[in-house]
Design a protein around this ligand. Structure first.
Ligand code: EPZ
Length: 423
């Protein structure tokens, strides 16, 4: 398995471009199941999770090509409505196929996604929503069997604004004639991108004056062509890396307002920024990095997907900072690895207290999830000496060519595989 060797202490200077959003393109690719017409998606990042999703679409009977950031999906005979466990176990987001398959076949057999490193991550909100739309949901031998005589539009209130449940239910309702109303939905920018694609396909989806999502579903949906929105988590990750390394870095092709809370927190921490229409310039600074408390929350709150990266940054702050992780029950896995690099972090349930230190030291560490893995990369860039990061496949799930993008800024990150390379 690949590892990274990161040489610490190098100045970061230059421009890094954000790619298309992983968390928008995954559900959008799945939305292609709602039609037999050709479906074209541009600015698709070449990530492990994207390749897994394309395998899922192929396993369900679609013909898929992926070249230079463009995915083309066409029908290739009848669609299947059961998904092999092999693929679901690799990626929780494969459960998003439930909505489209239920809508098209009125019957689908989908392996339940197990928990993951972040916690249990049940799908009860998805299933309750499908039941409100008229489906029965039985769980049997690790699969959920969804079936419905007829699906009916409904008014559904989500007990929590789950991103995945919002997307799954939107896609299902888009093929149910009539008006479905979803209340207490997630409002992440990725939801807007899925909405834009479903509307291009012929659904009529809009937010009403109470912030509810109204879906006027259709009997059939057309194909569509779309360009994925910029990845706010990738761009935010590079902004934090630049701030930690006190570099001079311009993150381009991004949507600054999708990161407004992060930008606020960076400025509060004393990091000078120049914010443009589609770029954020993180400027060098000599002053102290001020400890800045964050509390993760559904959008537009501080993104849980940027929390581990913020923890790495606060490891070098001039004082004590706190993190309150309200979304996942176990999202501090980077903490013990950062402590091995000299950070002073104490975690207690969903609270982390970080007492900033003057310097981190390079160490041999292990990534356990994609965002925590990037946090270790950030720490390695700032540490004295070399850091070796194992299980880089976690980082590859959500970041395209991270070593290439960082080395273009002056970093020295080497990818190697001890089983293959005689490094
Ligand atoms: C999406 O996951 C993202 N993944 C996650 O990004 C992100 O962290 C998360 O939203 C929150 O923003 C994709 O978009 C592919 P949720 P999702 O449903 O949809 C609980 C990354 O780093 N919950 O909003 O699975 C759940 O356990 C990944 O790119 C239920 O209890 O997140 C969690 O505690 C990691 N029942 C909380 O809600 C349900 O039915 C948020 O989950 C669904 C969720």
């Amino acid at each position: 398995m690949d590892r990274f060797l990161v040489e610490g202490g190098r100045k970061l200077k230059g421009t890094v471009k954000a790619g298309g959003s992983k968390n928008a393109c995954l559900p959008i690719l799945v939305a292609s199941l709602l039609t037999d017409e050709p479906f074209i998606l541009h600015r698709v990042p070449n990530l492990r999770d994207v390749r897994t999703t394309l395998k899922i679409l192929t396993a369900l009977g679609k013909k898929v090509t992926f070249q230079n950031g463009t995915v083309t999906i066409t029908a290739d005979g009848a669609l299947k409505n059961t998904l092999p466990y092999e693929l679901v176990k690799q990626m929780r987001a494969s459960f998003w196929v439930a909505g489209p398959l239920l809508a098209r076949f009125k019957e689908a057999v989908i392996p339940l996604p197990g928990g993951c490193a972040l916690g249990a991550r049940p799908v009860d909100i998805h299933l309750k929503g499908f039941e409100r739309l008229g489906a029965s949901c039985q769980t049997e031998r690790g699969n959920v069997i969804l079936s419905a005589e007829k699906l009916e539009p409904a008014k559904i209130t989500l007990r929590f604004p789950s991103v995945g449940a919002t997307q799954n239910l939107m896609m299902c309702a888009a093929l149910i004639e009539g008006e479905t109303v979803l209340e207490n939905v997630a409002k992440e920018p990725e939801i807007d991108d899925v909405t834009a694609v479903l509307n291009k396909m012929g659904a009529e989806i809009f937010a009403d004056d109470k912030g509810r999502l109204v879906i006027r579903g259709q009997k059939t949906l057309r194909g569509a062509e779309h360009t994925v929105v910029a990845d706010r988590i990738e761009s935010g990750s590079y902004m934090i890396a630049a701030a930690a390394a006190r570099g001079d870095v311009r993150v381009e092709d991004c949507v600054p307002e999708h990161n407004s809370i992060l930008l606020e927190c960076l400025q509060e921490a004393g990091v000078p920024l120049e914010i443009g229409p589609n770029y954020v310039h993180v400027k060098p600074y000599d002053g102290p990095l001020k400890p800045t408390r964050i509390k993760t929350a559904p959008y537009p709150g501080f993104a849980t997907d940027l929390q581990p990266q913020w923890m790495a940054l606060m490891s070098l702050a001039d004082g004590a900072a706190e993190i309150d992780e309200t979304i996942f029950e176990n999202r501090f896995m980077a903490a013990p690895e950062l402590v091995r690099m000299g950070a002073d972090i104490v975690t207690e349930k969903t609270l982390a207290r970080i007492n900033g230190v003057k310097e981190l030291s390079g160490a041999h560490v292990m990534a356990s999830d994609l965002r925590g893995g990037f946090a270790l990369l950030i720490a390695g860039l700032c540490a004295k000496g070399t850091t070796e990061i194992e299980r880089v496949y976690h980082i590859d799930r959500g970041y395209e060519d991270p070593e290439g993008k960082l080395n273009a800024l002056g970093a020295n990150v080497t990818r190697y595989n001890p089983d293959k390379d005689d490094f």
